[in-house]
Design a protein around this ligand. Structure first.
Ligand code: PLP
Length: 482
């Protein structure tokens, strides 16, 4: 098939030609099919960061020339980030660390009902933990609605629940980090607003993949992460209605968030400064704004066409392989983003992911993707494998994944794999570390140590223990956690 515009990357990203070692001693260009977890930096973002670093100095408080410049850069970035998601005139853009930060911040701003009852939040069980746990800890708590098999039924269930009880907020995924599927935003907003409920979208997987506008959709709040939006410099954003953010609990207590402090009394300032105590992440904000500019400059429809092409090719390829199942949350979801989760029936997702890396230089994600309730409901409590594409992804990378999986299913892995600290690794991994990386020990071993300690978004903790003796090579095709 000849190259079409959709089959090529649609924006240059840093590291697209990075070579990685394979277990057989060869090197190949890394195929980063894990953009949903963290996307590579756009070249435009890296260039902008390099350009502004010589101008970097303290912000908001410095009288020096560069302090003034840095303050202007920070505030201009805030404008760009807000405009990128279609902020209305009176909306506030708070620069945060990431989506998790944004949603925790908003959870402290939900007002009480007129009678003083703390405002309650409605969420679905399809959510990433970042859009589940903050609401459960909020003053009014959260109700978790079990998702239905179709979008139509899910919308109906939301409507019924909002009619049954008052909710201050409906907090909903913009696009699922497991299946890439979305709910129709216009309908969701109409249903919620008719019930007097505001809508917060978790835009972590929406904003990097689709044009989005608060003004056009009437969504009340959107949150997203710089590191998923091609700006991995530690920033994110919460954008939305001012009243809750002006009245809400200041997210962090500290300098910059106050008007006046006396020993016995504090007068907090308004949003966004109210929620940005401490020295702000100027470089992160500038980087995110640069990513917003670059994405906004793409001709309308380019991003969507690129992802639709790659996703379609990926799903068709995966479904043509015997024993590979693509995970779906809703039978009737339309126009999903480029995030695809699948399982190779009877095979441990951790082994599949380790094989793709070690024998084909392909980076994917395995585990439960910080969405344990959804994975459990859909029958994948032991995890699955996720491949996700972005602006830098090419058809060649997608095809490489499909053909690597075909080989896996037909012939099995060539190398020997073992479980170390609940993580699949290559036995006696011969792959060298990158020159000058300053690392010691194998990358895979380091990751295993982390997962054993964290157990958050990775495989079910017991998966490795159940799937075979530690340190013993696994037979090809052995059944694990089926
Ligand atoms: C849908 C969704 N929401 C929230 C998050 C949390 O994002 P972050 O880790 O950047 O806070 C993620 C991360 O994977 C996500 O995919």
């Amino acid at each position: 098939m000849s190259a079409t515009p959709e089959s090529q990357s649609c924006l240059p990203v840093v590291g697209s030609d990075t070579l990685v070692p394979l277990v057989d001693g060869r090197t190949v260009t890394y195929a980063n099919l894990d953009c949903a977890a963290s996307a590579p930096a756009l070249q435009a973002v890296a260039d902008r960061v390099t350009q502004v670093l010589p101008l970097y100095a303290s912000v908001h408080r410095g009288a020096g020339y560069l302090s003034q410049v840095s303050t202007a850069l920070y505030e201009a970035s805030r404008q760009t980030i807000g405009a990128f998601v279609g902020a209305r005139g009176d909306d506030v853009t708070v620069v945060t660390r990431n989506t998790t930060d944004s949603l925790n911040l908003l959870a402290g701003c939900i007002p009480a009902d007129a009678d003083g009852t703390p405002g309650r939040v409605l969420v679905l069980d399809v959510e990433h933990h970042a859009n589940l746990l903050p609401w459960q800890r909020s003053a009014g708590g959260a109700t978790v609605l079990h998702g239905a098999a179709t979008v139509a039924e899910t919308l109906e269930a939301i409507r019924d629940e909002l009619a049954r009880a008052p909710y201050a907020l409906l907090a909903l995924t913009g696009a699922s980090n497991v299946t890439g599927e979305l709910l129709p935003v216009a309908e969701v907003v109409a249903i919620a607003h008719a019930a007097g409920t505001r809508v917060a979208l978790d835009g972590a997987q929406l904003v990097p993949h689709r044009r989005f506008s608060l003004e056009a959709t009437d969504v009340d709040y959107i949150s997203f992460s710089g590191h998923k939006t091609y700006a991995p410099f530690g920033s994110g954003a919460l954008v939305g209605r001012r009243d809750w953010l002006d009245a809400g609990t200041p997210y962090l207590a500290g300098g910059g968030a106050v008007r006046q402090v006396d020993i016995d009394e504090v007068v907090w300032t308004n949003a966004p400064a109210r929620h940005e105590a401490g020295s702000p992440n100027v470089v992160g904000a500038v980087a995110l704004a640069a990513a917003c500019d670059a994405l906004a400059a793409l001709p309308a429809g380019t991003l969507e066409a690129h992802e639709a092409f790659l996703r379609e090719r990926l799903v068709t390829g995966l479904e043509s392989i015997p024993g590979v199942q693509v995970v779906r949350a809703w039978a009737d979801a339309a126009d999903p983003v480029g995030v695809v989760t699948f399982s190779v029936v009877g095979h441990d997702p951790g082994l599949v992911a380790a094989y793709l890396s070690a024998e084909h230089g392909i980076g994917v994600r395995d585990g439960r993707f910080c969405a344990h309730p959804l994975l459990a409901r859909l029958g994948y409590a032991s995890g699955a494998v996720r491949a996700s594409v972005g602006v830098g992804t090419t058809q060649e990378e997608v095809d490489r994944l499909v053909s690597a999986l075909e080989s896996y299913v037909t012939d099995g892995p060539t190398a020997r794999y073992e479980i170390v600290d609940a993580c699949w690794t290559v036995a006696d991994d011969p792959r060298p570390l990158p020159e000058g990386s300053g690392l010691s020990g194998l990358i895979a071993t380091a990751a295993a140590g982390f997962i054993a300690a964290a157990e958050g978004c990775g495989p079910a903790p017991e998966a490795g223990a159940r799937s075979g003796a530690q340190g013993v090579a696994r037979p090809v095709g052995a059944l694990v956690d089926a």
